[in-house]
Ligand binder design. Structure first.
Ligand SMILES: [Zn+2]
Length: 101
């Protein structure tokens, strides 16, 4: 198998895992975390970058899987430059994201 194929299969598996993780978060958080951890592991092993929407589901500090409204808080800043503040409720790390407009 060539590298391109491996990357494609890995990307598919990561997407399925993240899907499952999102679904399980409300039923079984531990299971959800283990799906997400596995997805991260695959991405690192194959050395592919997760798409943006997936990357923002992981806390930059504690690396846990955080879902807005469940274990992370999202606030929209009212400053001139629009940004979102995301608070990880696992480690209380806050990070900002600029909204492109
Ligand atoms: Zn965190």
């Amino acid at each position: 198998m060539n590298k391109k194929n491996i990357e494609r299969i890995a990307a598919e598996r990561i997407e399925i895992l993240i899907d499952n993780a999102l679904r399980e978060m409300h039923n079984d958080e531990n299971l959800s975390q283990s799906y997400a951890k596995l997805a991260r592991k695959i991405a690192m092993r194959v050395r592919i970058r997760m798409p943006y929407w997936m990357r923002q589901l992981f806390c930059k500090k504690c690396k846990q899987f955080i879902v807005p409204g469940f274990n992370s808080r999202m606030r929209i800043g009212r400053a001139k430059v629009k940004c979102i503040r995301i608070t990880c409720m696992k480690c209380n790390h806050v990070y900002r994201k600029l909204i492109e407009s």
